[in-house]
Every structure is written in structure tokens, then in C-alpha cells.
Design a protein around this ligand. Structure first.
Ligand code: NI
Length: 227
């Protein structure tokens, strides 16, 4: 499942991020790539421990924690501390790759199984040419290029790439997460059920049917979730 979640960052948070990104000191993006990915990765990243990255990370995690759609779709158990990248000038693309199955955070040694990846766009498509995130789907790939503050959630097992940026610079936040529900079909079913229950409540208010379906949702979660 690919899920576009709009307006993860509100205007004030986005302005704060933009101001922080102006102070960014970018470094070679290959530091966090696996061995296959490193051969096709050509971009810049913020060092994980830089003060700017830490402030940006806190803003993004705070925004995600308040986003019910993100929670419902991802059911996050562990989120690898978000990273920040820049595509532009000579360091402008990332060829086809898959994300490593396990990421181990260098500072905490905590392992994160990568069930889902996300890219949160931090500047607008009018700022650059190219830079589409292409997620292979067996039909030539799905191109994703979203407004600033919008997020795309996609399966970490997918083959994906970032097309060369030929004008300007593309700024984004990205990371991986381990879900409480490992199997994509179960996770997607729970998300669909959650949306449907919310719609039912919106249309008919609190009814016995809504309560019973909510009970089913939570009982499925009990069967399938590991925390
Ligand atoms: Ni990737």
C-alpha cells in the first residue's frame, strides 16, 4: 500500500523546518546506505548527531505523534530516528534499491525491522525539477512528488529510487519504521476497518453497530499486534 498523508506539517512547523534547513551542514548520504544501496546512492544528508538534525527530528516526531492517519496506517512500534536529505547539484539521485531489512541505530544499538518507509517532503515541487520518488509496482513504477509537509508511506520491501534533480534542490525527511502488525495485509485491513468505522460514526453517530465493529477492530489488533 502506498499512502499519501497530506499536511503532516502545519504552516508554522514547516516554516520552522525551512529556517533550520538553511543552517544545515550537508554531508555524503552514503553513510546510512547498505552495500548495494551505497553503489547507487548519490545525495547529501544531515549527520544524525548534528544539532539541526536533532531539532528537525523532534519537530517531525511531534507532528507524527499527533497524526491519526499515520498512526492508523502504520501502527508504529519503533521509528528509526528520522533523517534528512538533499538532492541537487552533483549529488542529485538515488538509483533502484531496497531498504535494508534491519536498521540498527548507532547511538542506541536498537534494532528496527523496516516494515514501512516514509518520505516527508520539506520543499515544494516548484523549487526543483526531477526528484520524483519512483516506487516500482511492476507497471513501470509510481512517481511521487508531493507538496511541502506531505508524506508518502510505502512498503520498505519495494524497489524504489529517486530520479535525478536537474534544477534546484529537493529537501526531504525520511526514515523506516517497524509496525506493531508485521503483515501488510493485516495492517491494511485494520486501517480500512478503522476508516470505515470512523465514516460510520460520522454518518450515523454512536450506534450499537459502530460499537460492535470497534470491538472487532480491537480484538483483531489483540490477535495480530506485538508490542
Ligand atoms: Ni530507500
Amino acid at each position: 500500500m502506498l499512502l499519501h498523508i497530506p499536511n503532516v506539517l502545519d504552516a508554522a512547523t514547516l516554516a520552522h523546518c525551512t529556517a533550520l534547513l538553511k543552517q544545515a551542514d550537508w554531508t555524503d548520504g552514503r553513510v546510512t546506505a547498505g552495500s548495494q544501496a551505497a553503489t547507487v546512492k548519490n545525495n547529501r544528508q544531515l549527520p544524525e548527531t548534528s544539532p539541526v538534525a536533532q531539532q528537525l527530528r523532534a519537530l517531525v516526531l511531534e507532528a507524527l505523534s499527533k497524526n491519526p492517519t499515520f498512526f492508523s496506517a502504520a501502527l508504529p512500534k519503533r521509528i528509526y530516528p528520522p533523517l534528512f536529505n538533499r538532492y541537487g547539484d552533483e549529488a542529485n539521485s538515488f538509483g533502484n534499491h531496497v531498504d535494508n531489512a534491519i536498521r540498527t541505530h548507532p547511538a542506541t544499538a536498537q534494532h528496527v525491522r523496516t516494515d514501512l518507509s516514509f518520505t516527508l517532503f520539506l520543499n515544494n515541487p516548484t523549487d526543483y525539477d526531477g526528484g520524483e520518488l519512483i516506487i516500482e509496482d511492476g507497471m513501470g513504477g509510481r512517481a511521487v512528488k508531493l507538496p511541502a509537509g506531505h508524506l508518502i508511506l510505502y512498503p520498505s520491501y519495494s524497489v524504489h529510487r529517486v530520479e535525478p534533480v536537474t534544477r534546484g534542490a529537493r529537501l526531504a525527511c525520511f526514515t523506516w519504521l517497524e509496525s506493531m502488525v508485521r503483515e501488510p495485509q493485516r495492517r491494511e485491513l485494520l486501517h480500512e476497518m478503522d476508516l470505515s468505522i470512523a465514516a460510520l460514526r460520522g454518518e450515523h453517530g454512536e450506534t450499537d453497530t459502530a460499537v460492535r465493529l470497534t470491538s472487532c477492530y480491537h480484538n483483531l489488533m489483540r490477535m495480530w499486534a506485538t508490542v
